[in-house]
Design a protein around this ligand. Structure first.
Ligand code: DC
Length: 238
């Protein structure tokens, strides 16, 4: 997806602000969820919550504590003492873990794979389920992740499932990571495939479209094309 400009419509923002919806966007890595969710929330005047960042936050804390990914008791104790929160400051939207800004650490490829592994653990999902629902108490929110419409907010007002072909998702991820890590496209695609398998086949809250979700394939769409399509659906619920 390429980014292009779309005029900001303030009357649209006011209209949506009047009816504060909970919107969920689920889908695999590289489908464009993060970018699209952020712009959609901006256009609606809503809050935006990247729940993958929360799983990544737990992974960063687990790595710092030297925990084994299968140590469920250790992960449980870690979560009991973990305060994850998003804070908007002069640097933008940042993720804090027990008062430390960990935003710069969460996209590390090692953390990406660790987040996928620990996200299959019931203690971790339970901890983040409570936190995510707490974050929805002020309505007017766009939540993006894997199980937003299926498990965390089954009664959400509007649910989307965003997908794209594996090749295009790998190309997008590679473009994002390349400058920072120098990873080859082959490695990026293999990691993406492994993560898709982990996330879709785990017994607990696997990645799958929610009942009643609107499916969008972003393979041949621009970012703004996806956002505009989503807005046209959201409009039906206002
Ligand atoms: O969206 P992401 O790539 O930043 O997510 C990182 C990992 O977190 C992903 O591999 C699966 C997990 N995750 C999850 O299990 N449930 C969510 N709602 C969000 C992410």
């Amino acid at each position: 997806m390429t980014s292009s400009t779309s005029p900001f419509k303030s009357n649209q923002k006011n209209k949506h602000a009047a009816r504060r919806l909970v919107i969920t966007i689920d889908g695999p890595g590289g489908a464009g969820k993060t970018t699209v969710s952020r712009i959609l929330a901006e256009r609606l005047g809503y809050q935006y919550v990247d729940t993958g960042a929360l799983y990544r936050g737990v992974a960063v804390a687990a790595r710092s504590a030297g925990l084994n990914r299968d140590d469920e008791a250790g992960l449980g104790a870690l979560c009991d003492n973990l305060d994850l929160r998003f804070i908007n400051n002069e640097k933008g939207l940042r993720l804090f873990s027990n008062c430390s800004d960990i935003t710069g650490l969460i996209r590390d490829p090692e953390i990406t794979m660790l987040a996928s592994a620990i996200s299959a653990k019931p203690v971790v999902r339970k901890f983040l389920l409570v936190l995510q629902r707490y974050m929805a108490k002020e309505k007017g929110v766009v939540f993006e992740g894997r199980d937003m419409g299926t498990v965390v907010f089954p009664a959400a007002d509007v649910k989307f499932f965003l997908n794209a072909s594996q090749r295009v998702r790998a190309l997008r991820r590679h473009r994002e990571l390349d400058r920072k890590t120098g990873q080859t496209i082959g490695k990026v695609e293999r990691d993406l495939q492994r993560r898709d398998e982990n996330d879709s086949n785990r017994p607990l809250a696997p990645l799958k479209p929610a009942e009643g979700s609107i499916h969008i394939d972003s393979t041949h769409l621009s970012i703004m094309g996806v956002v505009d399509l989503m807005l046209s659906h959201v409009d039906k619920f206002i």
